[in-house]
Design a protein around this ligand. Structure first.
Ligand code: ADP
Ligand code: MG
Length: 455
């Protein structure tokens, strides 16, 4: 083991040469790989004071209790998952239930996979997985949201493509949970959820994380929360074919009630952003289901990567888009569409940093303004909005009590999130419902993380 101690103040104007020379020669050491990955942020990232300090996630997560008070909503979903379980699987034997929340992303959209910052919170809706050991060397998997469709797959020889459809998410999670461990005799799993599926509230991560916690619990595995998030992200990426970032799985695993998380998607660490009681969030479904294919996701990601490559060649090789400015987009060799995509990414990182400060100092008008700017950038530069989302966001932005509204999630349909004054939230939600502007409106303050449910 090599211990490298380097103490030194980095001037804000530094181009990082001091840091690079300090670590030169050690870069290839495996224990120091994080330096290569993240030193750009360490040396040149925004030197903002942290309102509550960084939470070192793995250590903190290991200490999280696994059975806080279950809310009535969780228990109703658990009942639905148990009913399904009992209708399909043999009685007797031990079983466990785990709950994972959906999330709404307050700001920081489409930048988790380009190494940005995001600010999501868990909501008071989620998914429950009931699990027990099964038999025959197979997993049997059923969901109340896909009635009549019991997916069955062999526990041996799991690899991407073997299971398709919604069962692919579970196959990926099961593979991750069983990695390097003896195969159990079989697994029986049932799911239920009160999250809308495909509406941008991350039903997919709730599905994965509830499955991972339930399978780990039935096998007696105690895994750090951040590793659960990584395992689930791998499942979504490799088995469901969605090249997603870490945000959705991370917030489901690490959320804290009354707080949003400011997540650094490179270091995979977070700090808490307290959401004081004077504000809350109205989440309104546009009614349009997003049709973001893996291809469109991948296209935008590739655009950002090409733009960053050109900037790295012209400026320096250690940057992420978070370290770039709009001026960097003037370097030669960036295609106009790629430039727009990267402009969204650069601007959105700056907006998340500003939003954290605005929330911390209760500057709601500024926080709302940043959310509106985020929507405009997703609409005009990233081109992931649609008429239904624009209409709903415009309508919310014109209502009294709304500080700011924007599309949330992948886009092309799904939901709009609005930061609103708490005392007017019920009225705003009622107006959207009664006028038919939205088929589903939820008012939510930040909820807690995934948990193994008691009993
Ligand atoms: P979002 O995560 O925003 O809801 P995604 O497209 O990422 O939308 O994920 C939706 C997919 O996740 C569904 O098409 C389905 O395959 C799977 N899924 C999510 N929740 C469930 C559930 N409760 N039962 C079965 N499949 C689910
Ligand atoms: Mg999803």
């Amino acid at each position: 083991m090599v211990l490298l101690l380097w103490v030194g103040r980095v001037p804000e104007w530094s181009n990082g040469a001091d840091c690079k020379s300090a670590i030169r020669g050690f870069e290839s050491h495996p224990d120091l790989s994080f330096l290569k990955q993240d030193h750009g942020q360490a040396i040149r990232g925004p030197f903002l004071p942290s309102p509550s300090g960084w939470t070192l996630n793995a250590a903190a997560a290991d200490m999280q209790p696994t059975s806080p008070n279950a809310s009535p909503g969780m228990l109703a979903v658990r009942t639905a998952a148990l009913d399904l379980y009992e209708s399909l699987y043999p009685k007797g034997g031990s079983r466990v239930a785990a709950y994972a929340p959906g999330r709404v992303n307050i700001i920081g959209e489409h930048i988790d996979y380009t190494g940005g910052f995001v600010m999501p919170m868990a909501i008071g809706r989620g998914t429950v997985c009931v699990a027990s050991l099964g038999e025959g060397g197979v997993a049997r998997v059923a969901s109340a949201q896909t009635p009549g469709n019991v997916v069955e797959f062999s526990l041996a020889g799991l690899s991407p493509g073997v299971v398709t459809g919604w069962g692919a998410y579970i196959a990926g999670v099961v593979k991750g949970c069983l990695d390097q461990r003896p195969l159990p005799p079989g697994l029986n799993l049932s799911f239920a959820s009160d999250l809308p599926v495909g509406a941008g509230l991350s039903s997919s991560a709730a599905l994965e994380v509830s499955a991972a916690l339930a399978v780990d619990a039935i096998l007696g595995v105690d895994r750090p929360r951040v590793d659960v998030a990584r395992l689930c992200r791998r499942a979504e990426r490799d088995y469901a074919g969605v090249p997603c970032g870490i945000m959705d799985q991370y917030i489901a695993c690490m959320a804290e009630a009354e707080h949003a998380l400011f997540i650094d998607c490179v270091s995979e660490q977070h700090r808490l952003v307290r959401i004081p009681p004077e504000v809350t969030f109205v989440i309104a479904d546009s009614g349009k289901r997003h049709e973001l294919t893996a291809g469109e996701y991948a296209d935008r990601r590739a655009s950002c990567e090409r733009a960053l490559d050109a900037i790295r060649k012209a400026r320096d090789p250690y940057r992420h888009l978070r370290h770039c400015t709009f001026a960097d987009l003037g370097v030669p060799g960036i295609d106009p569409v790629d430039r727009k995509r990267a402009r969204h990414s650069i601007g959105e990182c700056a907006r998340v940093l500003a939003a954290e400060q605005a929330f911390g100092s209760r500057r709601w008008a500024q926080a709302g303004d940043l959310m509106r700017q985020s929507h405009a950038s997703l609409r005009d530069d990233y081109e992931v909005s649609c008429d239904e989302l624009n209409t709903l966001a415009d309508r919310l932005n014109a209502m009294p009590g709304v500080h700011g509204a924007r599309l949330t999630g992948a886009g092309f349909g799904g939901c709009v999130v609005a930061l609103v004054h708490e005392s007017l939230a019920a009225e705003i939600a009622e107006e959207l419902r009664s006028s038919g502007a939205s088929p589903m409106v939820v008012v939510s303050r930040p909820a807690g993380a995934a948990t193994v449910l008691p009993g």
